[in-house]
Write a protein that binds this ligand. Structure first.
Ligand code: C2O
Ligand code: CU
Length: 483
């Protein structure tokens, strides 16, 4: 084989990538011609970044291609892509393509779907994104620290047709805990935090820097893609003087609708595409605030209008994104399942020592020594980031429709993420959820009960976990098998 990568791929990785690789055209045939897949290299490496603003020294980070956030990957719906991921960290890593419905072997869960990528080694990910929309990528190994030190990037899958907006704008929001020296504070995996809201930081960045004024022009229509890359910070955004319309959640188009009570909830890992018509006055500034945590509200950014006259005077009708090819669950024939989320501070689990309530512990936890279970799903706690021998909690018959009721029996919020499938959100606390909403990450308030449904058309072992990373690594994780 003639592959001229800077570093050889391990034999194991090559084998795992499948026989297709050996038979395919040499990988260096980039740029792709004809039907050859697009090829993108991505390197996880230590770097420095000016996270805390220009008047602070740069911080040590871990980053894809040395950038915070990592490079924005733009793919086209239905077009094959290959990512050669090289690990230049001093610890194992993987990449999970969050929200993309892809083959299980490409899902990036160490031990479960692939061997971890060792330092100095590479792994070839190969898939064809079926859905257009706003997705992201991040490691699934030592997640608390790797995500918390900056390894994450946006992945945009473009619709084949032009979407009629004036600008397509991406706001990657991320939360950091920066210490007095301007470095990312150590202490990942603090058990007290893990039992509460997780490692919420003290610095929020927008596209990797302290948010400044965001320049806009009156009359413009933006597609504003919001992504929350935080380890733990949930956001509740308000747009002073504006009336944004939600057109997609977690990449999946929904019926266009306004914010409920003027507030946009964005938990870790969630994405929202907004249609933002700039109906403010030229020359003015409008605040965007985040007031999720009581008493800790702050101004996230400002829409700063230029003095130019409005681009248009009449606001056009809302647009609807073209639908993705999602299989519609058949509610008449669904199989029912239940997931009960338990644990955390103020629960039996944290009061009664290691694990109580009949819990059973799988695995030994992550690389940072986080092995203690303080959360559970159906009485079982899988800890860490993924490892071999994770027994599925239940089997989902392939090709069938499934309805999963998730009960949050804790005093805390949880953005619950299912790998490999997008689900339709049916009800919340007994009321139907309007606007035809699909998601891959579902935010549950304390005591919330939600029902989701999907067709289990993608075979494999799929993780389901809370995306507050401290909660995931401390037990709020499980595996569902589609077979
Ligand atoms: Cu972004 Cu296991 O997930
Ligand atoms: Cu959680």
């Amino acid at each position: 084989m003639s592959i001229d990568f800077r570093h050889p791929i391990s034999r194991r990785s090559l084998l795992l990538a499948g026989a297709g690789l050996a038979l395919a055209a040499p990988l260096r045939s980039w740029p792709a011609r004809g039907a050859a897949p697009k090829e993108i290299r991505l390197t996880a490496e230590p770097a420095r970044a000016q996270l805390a603003g220009a008047d602070h020294p740069p911080s040590d980070v871990w980053a894809y291609d040395g950038r915070i956030p990592g490079p924005t990957l733009r793919l086209r719906q239905g077009e094959a892509v290959r990512f050669l991921v090289e690990n230049r960290l001093d610890q194992d890593t993987t990449v999970h393509w969050h929200g993309i419905r892809l083959p299980n072997a490409m899902d990036g869960v160490p031990g479960l779907t692939q061997p971890p990528i060792k330092p100095g080694e590479s792994f070839l990910y190969e898939f064809t994104p079926p859905d257009a929309g706003t997705f992201w990528y991040h490691p699934h190994a030592n997640s608390l620290e790797q995500l918390g030190r900056g390894l994450a990037g946006a992945l945009i899958v473009e619709e084949p047709e032009h979407i009629p907006v004036d600008r397509d704008v991406l706001w990657v929001l991320a939360d950091w805990r920066i210490d007095e020296q301007g470095e990312i504070a150590p202490g990942f995996g603090n058990m007290m935090e893990a039992g509460m809201s997780g490692r919420v930081g003290n610095t929020v960045t927008l596209n990797g820097t302290i948010p400044a004024d965001q320049p806009v022009r009156a009359g413009e229509r933006l597609r504003l893609r919001l992504l929350n890359f935080s380890l733990a910070r949930i956001m509740a955004l308000r747009f002073e003087g504006h009336d944004p319309v939600i057109i997609a959640r977690d990449g999946q188009p929904c019926d266009p609708h306004q914010l409920k009570d003027g507030r946009l909830l964005l938990g870790p890992a969630m994405r929202i595409d907004l249609l933002l018509d700039l109906q403010g006055e030229p020359g003015r500034r409008y605040r965007i605030t985040d007031g999720f945590y009581q008493g800790l509200g702050y101004e996230l950014a400002r829409l700063a209008y230029s003095d130019e006259p409005p681009l248009r005077t009449k606001t056009p009708e809302p647009i609807r994104l073209p639908p993705n090819p999602l299989p519609e669950p058949d509610l008449a024939s669904v199989e029912h399942h239940e997931l009960a989320l338990e644990g955390g501070m103020m629960s039996r689990m944290m009061g009664g020592g290691m694990i109580s309530g009949g819990g059973m512990m799988h695995g030994m936890g992550g690389m940072s020594g986080m092995g203690r279970a303080i959360w559970s799903i159906n009485g079982t706690s899988m800890t860490g980031d993924g490892h071999s021998g994770m027994a599925p909690l239940f089997l989902l018959a392939r090709g069938k429709s499934h309805l999963v009721m998730i009960r949050n029996q804790t005093a805390w919020w949880h953005p619950m993420h299912l790998h490999g499938l997008s689900f339709r959100v049916l009800t919340r606390n007994g009321s139907p959820v309007p606007h035809n909403q699909w998601a891959d990450t579902m935010l549950l308030a304390p005591e919330d009960v939600v029902e989701i449904a999907f067709v289990a058309d993608n075979p494999g072992d799929w993780m389901l976990h809370c995306h507050i990373t401290d909660h995931q690594t401390a037990g709020m994780m499980t595996v569902l098998r589609v077979a």
